[in-house]
Design a binder for this molecule. Structure first.
Ligand code: ZN
Length: 484
């Protein structure tokens, strides 16, 4: 029996790598030999060999430093009154390319920024499509939503008091450089793909608190937390076949990256988690993916030590999954993306906007937000009544990976899991950042995420309640299409 056991897998491995060599002529024979001998030298039985053959992926990773210079404005908060003064740790964009055994590619990009605008995202995706032949549905741009990263051009501009200053030029230049860096990091990852196995598992960590139902000022005296939260920590790991080293750790959490609100560049808790994992696994690129944490905050907060602590807790949850919770994923990738129309209520009138703009009791950034829309009206640009919202659904070896755009409240993670099963990975902050994405519950309750945040995002009204079912049925229908 023993010789047969060895020969059959070797034959399939041989075919697999011949195919790989044809597809990627730069890949060397030496590497093929290494992979084969490494597998042969391990004490695996026949079943394990077959599993391995069915699960050969090709994975490439790359990372690029995107730390802005000090002196640039930080994104996410309206109350800041001066630019960044120093750096806690560097900011990064990281790319992981997954290619299945049939050659289907998917690119996952993680980034220490607040979010990609639609224009920026589309420019990046078009270039990847044109130059690297990877279509937009196969590119997933996620942002950690750190509130200690740089302002991106045309994103939430009314909230920053920088109009007419040299900050505008700095932001523009930074955004142009960022676009180039994201493309280059994806290109590098594509050029570095090697045979690997991909694993999936899920852990949990509990520093996320529903911020609509628990007051930050009372949190340290509170013994029961209210409101929905998604504590899950999805983890994808890629291990190279040639030497068994871990090359990629992709992990997520549904919680705002808002521990910090100062004047230092920092990836916040996701930055510390990525740093911690890369220190523990020096061969790996660790990539954070933000989940549906729009109404969730890390509480308590405001201290660097807490950002570091939560980062370590999250990294520890990821390590736990890596230690005993991973399953091999079959080498099959399917990617889909479609745009659906989300409708807004009737836009505020010119008179209503003027009232906000001229109200001395309004917050400065609310007045500026109204002024921005009034300017559009004066320039003949009609106020928005709907948005073509991108819904991206992948199957990564059978695991559903749902990437939703905007600041998505936690209800969506819960509802998608109720419909598609608890192992589904649901991300927010993906592909483009246009506003909050409230559920019907949050819309009816009112408050920041369902109502008042709209204006600062340039939205002249609340979303209609149809938003929830439109997104959920789009997710469901794309997943059904994938499974057919
Ligand atoms: Zn946010």
């Amino acid at each position: 029996m023993y010789p047969d056991v060895i020969q059959r897998p070797c034959f399939y491995l041989f075919l697999s790598f011949i195919l790989f060599s044809i597809l990627h002529s730069s890949y060397s024979q030496v590497c093929y030999m290494n992979v084969t001998s490494s597998l042969l030298s391990s004490q695996q039985n026949f079943t394990a060999f077959e599993t391995t053959l069915e699960s050969v992926w090709y994975v490439g990773v790359s990372a690029v430093d995107i730390t802005p210079p000090v002196g640039m404005w930080l994104a996410g908060y309206a109350m800041r009154d001066r630019p960044a003064e120093s750096t806690i740790h560097n900011l990064w964009v990281k790319a992981v390319v997954l290619q299945d055994k049939e050659g289907n590619k998917g690119v996952i990009v993680g980034s220490d920024i607040l979010g990609f605008t639609r224009e920026l995202s589309e420019r990046i995706k078009q270039r990847i499509s044109k130059d690297l032949n990877i279509p937009p549905e196969s590119v997933l741009l996620n942002s950690s939503h750190t509130h200690s990263g740089p302002v991106i051009e045309n994103s939430l501009m009314p909230i920053y008091p920088i109009e007419g200053t040299d900050q505008i030029e700095k932001v523009k230049k930074y955004t142009t450089d960022l676009e180039e860096k994201v493309f280059q990091v994806v290109k590098n990852a594509v050029n570095n793909i090697k045979p690997a196995q991909v694993y999936y598992g899920k852990g949990l960590v509990r520093f996320a608190v529903n911020r609509r139902n628990n007051r930050e000022s009372e949190i340290e005296n509170q013994f029961e937390f209210r409101g929905p939260v998604d504590y899950s920590v999805p983890v994808f790991v890629a291990k190279l076949l040639e030497d068994d080293t871990i090359t990629a750790i992709i992990f997520g959490y549904a919680c705002h990256a808002t521990v910090l609100s100062g004047y230092q560049w920092c990836g916040d808790y996701p930055g510390f988690a990525q740093e911690e994992l890369q220190n523990k696994f020096p061969t790996a690129v660790a990539v954070f993916m933000a989940g549906c944490g729009a109404d969730i905050n890390p509480l308590p907060r405001r201290r660097v030590s807490l950002a570091r602590q939560y980062g370590k807790e999250l990294a520890s949850a990821v390590e736990g999954v890596m230690e005993e919770g991973l399953e091999v994923l079959p080498s099959k990738l399917i990617t889909r993306l479609k745009r659906i129309t989300l409708e807004l209520e009737t836009p505020k009138s010119k008179e209503e906007l003027e009232q906000i703009a001229n109200d001395p009791n309004q917050l400065d950034y609310m007045r500026r937000s109204a002024i921005y829309l009034l300017r559009d009206l004066a320039n003949g640009i009609p106020l928005r009544t709907s948005y073509d919202y991108p819904v991206q659904v992948w199957s990564v070896g059978g695991t559903p990976l749902i990437a939703l755009a905007g600041e998505v409240v936690v209800d969506y993670a819960i509802y998608v899991k109720q419909r598609l099963g608890k192992n589904v990975v649901v991300l927010g902050y993906s592909n483009e950042l246009m506003s909050y994405i409230p559920s019907v519950r949050v819309l009816r309750e009112g408050g920041y995420e369902g109502d008042t945040s709209q204006l600062e995002y340039g939205m002249p009204a609340k979303w209609k309640e149809s938003i929830e079912e439109r997104i959920l049925s789009a997710v469901e229908s794309l997943w059904n299409e994938i499974q057919r």
